[in-house]
Design a protein around this ligand. Structure first.
Ligand code: HEC
Length: 134
């Protein structure tokens, strides 16, 4: 019965490669894949005609594309940042001029009382990594 604890551990650790293969399109789109996540977790505070907290607009493609790196960095865990670190650096040409790390001190949704699921986290990061397609 030595195999049992190992299986249990494997089931607990988020396997990002498996999530990418099973649940995330190679090139996620804003309208089909990202907007529903932002709608559920973010838009109530980041709406163009609403509170627009932090001046960040997440209910339109252009707003979300502009905030794509900061939004991803505030919303994903360390394991996702590790996998996508190259894409989240300023020199990756992704529209950011500050690396991901400092933003992780501010987590969204605030207090992270409802964290994004691992699939949702990988979806945001993969969207950024593939050029934030509409
Ligand atoms: C309950 C309201 C609320 C929700 C929900 C929320 N935010 Fe925020 N967000 C804020 C507030 C307030 C600020 C401004 C914080 C500050 O400037 O100190 C902010 C700031 C930000 C910033 C700017 C951070 C920076 O330093 O540039 C980003 C990006 C952001 N939010 C993304 C998101 C994303 C992505 C989600 C959903 C996963 C989300 N927010 C959900 C209230 C919210």
């Amino acid at each position: 019965m030595r195999v049992f604890p190992l299986l249990f551990l494997a089931a607990c650790a988020p396997d990002i490669a498996a999530v990418m293969a099973d649940s995330v399109p190679a090139t996620p789109s804003f309208s089909a894949d990202v907007a529903p996540i932002l709608e559920q977790h973010c838009v109530r505070c980041h709406e163009r005609d609403g509170t627009l907290d932090g001046g960040v607009e997440l209910d339109t493609y252009l707003g979300a594309r502009g905030a794509r790196v900061s939004s991803t960095c505030t919303s994903v865990g360390d394991d996702v940042v590790d996998v996508y670190s190259a894409d989240l650096l300023p020199e990756a040409g992704n529209g950011s001029d500050v690396p991901c790390e400092p933003w992780k001190t501010l987590s969204m949704p605030p207090g992270a009382e409802v964290k994004l699921s691992i699939v949702e986290q990988v979806m945001l990061a993969q969207w950024v990594a593939t050029g934030a397609q509409p």
